[in-house]
Design a protein around this ligand. Structure first.
Ligand code: ZN
Length: 219
């Protein structure tokens, strides 16, 4: 194993900062919620709290008008299976995240790597390589960290794509996927190590922790 030089470290960190900036530019979720009215933020917080308890929130529990407003911001993704809320998907995505309370699905690979820190729970992510379909299992610590074995077991590819959907879940998310160690990503894609992708996801979703009430999760 070669030593990582300070230049390498700098370029690894720059890749994380670039990735975070690209993600926020493509999908400014935090910025949209910052200026959303308090009643919408409250519904959003409760939808998220349900997911963190590994329960898929159902539309019947929430005010339809407020849900529609949150959907217009693409902050939630209501559907027949329940209400998706980034990083969690109510629709099957092929990216499973095991939480102590049950299994959930993540919108994309970066989202899956954000769940452990949001839930403050150890997770196990199960998915397949986007290109060869080989199964991948990634264990992540409750602080969002990955131990040495896990850090090198897969990567995350972000494929070049045009933004042509209203909902990020139908566009961008389908192009940010796990990749095995052996497959070569397309030349025009970005490829991240798991720790880099986790750092991007943890930073992107950090605002959700500040939104959450400190008391017990309520309906
Ligand atoms: Zn592969």
């Amino acid at each position: 194993m070669t030593d990582i030089t300070s230049t390498d470290r700098l370029s690894l960190r720059n890749a994380v900062l670039d990735g975070l900036q690209r993600l926020r530019a493509a999908f400014p979720l935090e910025a949209r919620l910052q200026v959303a009215p308090a009643d919408l933020r409250e519904v959003y917080r409760n939808v998220l709290a349900s997911w963190l308890g590994a329960t898929v929130p159902q539309p019947a529990r929430f005010d339809p008008e407020r849900l529609r407003s949150l959907q217009a911001l693409d902050a939630v993704v209501p559907g027949p299976e329940g209400i998706g809320c980034y990083p969690f998907s109510a629709r099957p995505t092929g990216i499973h995240v095991q939480l102590p309370g049950g299994a959930v699905q993540a919108m994309c690979a970066i989202d899956a790597l954000a769940v452990a820190r949001l839930a403050a729970k150890t997770t196990e992510i199960e998915s397949v390589c986007l290109y060869c379909q080989s199964p991948l299992t990634i264990r992540q610590e409750a602080n969002g960290g990955l131990d040495h074995d896990q850090a090198d077991c897969a990567r995350v590819v972000w494929e070049a794509t045009a933004c042509e959907h209203h909902s990020c879940s139908d566009g961008l998310c389908r192009h940010i996927r796990f990749l095995c160690k052996d497959c070569t990503p397309p030349a025009d894609s970005q490829c991240y190590t798991l720790p880099q992708a986790a750092a991007i996801g943890n930073a992107f979703f950090a605002f959700q922790s500040a939104l959450r009430p400190t008391g017990p999760i309520r309906d």
